[in-house]
Design a protein around this ligand. Structure first.
Ligand code: CP3
Length: 345
């Protein structure tokens, strides 16, 4: 492999002396420059749909820290909006959507291939980033996995236990599965266009996969992800895919093969030692430092970072957090984590 992009090399299965590193939510409210650009854009959704400013906030953590990958600035809830759901963000609370719980509401959504006019600014953001990123930085596109996106569309907001989605699954399986199918089809089209626009890697976020148990995990987390991966691999065989079924626990075992993903991203609910023995044997893994270390820093941050690098050093690994960095994180702790991974202090 001749590429100098270390993230692509790890995703191709190479064991590197130093793991490449990037961070979920690396463009975000812990950075003063992000807050300034967000204020300039007006609100969060205006920032997502302003291609120049979305590219700018994507580049901010690359300039400040030299991460090995940039993840385009957008949100997993833009797809439901493109499908016709209403979406808004309540400051300090999070997203709100018009709900889909009946056959009529499902029927009123747009077909999966009618999303692109709405999502065009996202493709434009990727085109700008392909031009402007340093040559060693890998550009990541993303979408939410169908179950996670459906949990927001059914409840109309984030929920601690995804109860409304579980209820619809139990009470009206046809609507539930119809919605999952529509999201799956839309996600395939959306991600395919992201690759056309310059995304070099795709990440599928299944933030609430952990609330699916047994057959439900197989049917509603693994199978939709496998269908998305299979279709993308048909259209774009050279684009690696990272799957993140957060909270999968022991279900992480065997997922590279079951989903067909090039990399499985790990949350911090599993230890790196366990994952090295049970998950990394299937291929590249990403993760999994607890985000709270970015708030607390110090010796614990350094020793945990070293422990994770050490545990995964026998195989392909991309260093990351176990979930997104939080707004109360200290930007200096991010530098300390990077310096520790790269062994420069
Ligand atoms: O990682 C990155 O830097 C890229 C951009 C990105 C955002 N959201 C920006 C964002 C990505 C990849 C996402 C994914 C996303 N969005 C997920 C999956 C990953 C995860 O965190 O589990 C989910 C569930 C969402 C939905 C969402 N978006 C919620 C629940 C919230 C509110 C919670 C919060 O942190 O405020 C958002 C808002 C959001 N998405 C912000 C950012 C930077 C904060 C918005 C702001 O600036 O006020």
């Amino acid at each position: 492999m001749t590429t100098q992009k270390t993230v692509l090399r790890a995703l191709a299965g190479e064991t590197l002396p130093t793991p490449p590193i990037w961070m979920m939510r690396q463009a975000g409210r812990y950075l003063p420059e992000y807050k300034a650009t967000r204020a300039e854009a007006g609100d969060f959704l205006s920032l997502c749909y302003n291609s120049d400013l979305a590219a700018e906030v994507t580049l901010q953590p690359i300039r400040r820290y030299g991460f090995d990958a940039a993840i385009m600035f957008a949100d997993i809830l833009l797809l439901p909006q493109a499908l016709g759901a209403k979406l808004w963000f309540v400051t300090g609370e999070g997203p709100r959507l018009s709900t889909i719980t009946t056959a009529d509401e499902l029927k009123a959504l747009k077909p999966a291939d009618a999303i692109h006019d709405h999502l065009n600014p996202i493709y434009e953001t990727l085109k700008i980033l392909s031009r402007e990123l340093p040559s060693e930085t890998t550009l990541i596109g993303f979408a939410g996995a169908p179950w996670t996106v459906a949990t927001y569309m059914i409840a109309g907001q984030g929920t601690p236990d995804q109860a409304p989605a579980h209820a619809l699954k139990a009470e009206n399986k046809a609507v539930f599965e119809g919605l999952l199918d529509l999201i799956t089809e839309g996600t395939i089209d959306y991600l395919s266009k992201q690759i056309d626009a310059g995304a070099e890697v795709i990440k599928l976020f299944d933030s609430w996969a952990g609330s699916l148990k047994g057959d439900d995990f197989l049917n509603y987390a693994v199978k939709p992800a496998a269908r998305i991966v299979a279709e993308l691999k048909k259209r774009h065989p050279d684009t690696p895919i990272i799957a993140f079924p957060r909270g999968a626990g022991e279900e992480y075992v065997g997922l590279h093969d079951a989903i067909g993903a090039d990399c499985i991203a790990l949350d911090d609910g599993v230890t790196a030692e366990w994952a090295a023995a049970n998950v990394q044997t299937g291929g590249c893994v990403q993760g999994n430092l607890k985000s709270s270390h970015m708030v607390t820093g110090g010796d614990a941050l350094v020793s945990e970072t070293r422990r994770i690098v050490d545990a995964f050093k026998g195989g392909p690994h991309i260093f990351n957090l176990g979930h997104g960095i939080t707004p109360d994180a200290d930007p200096e702790n991010v530098q300390l984590m990077i310096d520790t991974v790269r062994e420069v202090r």
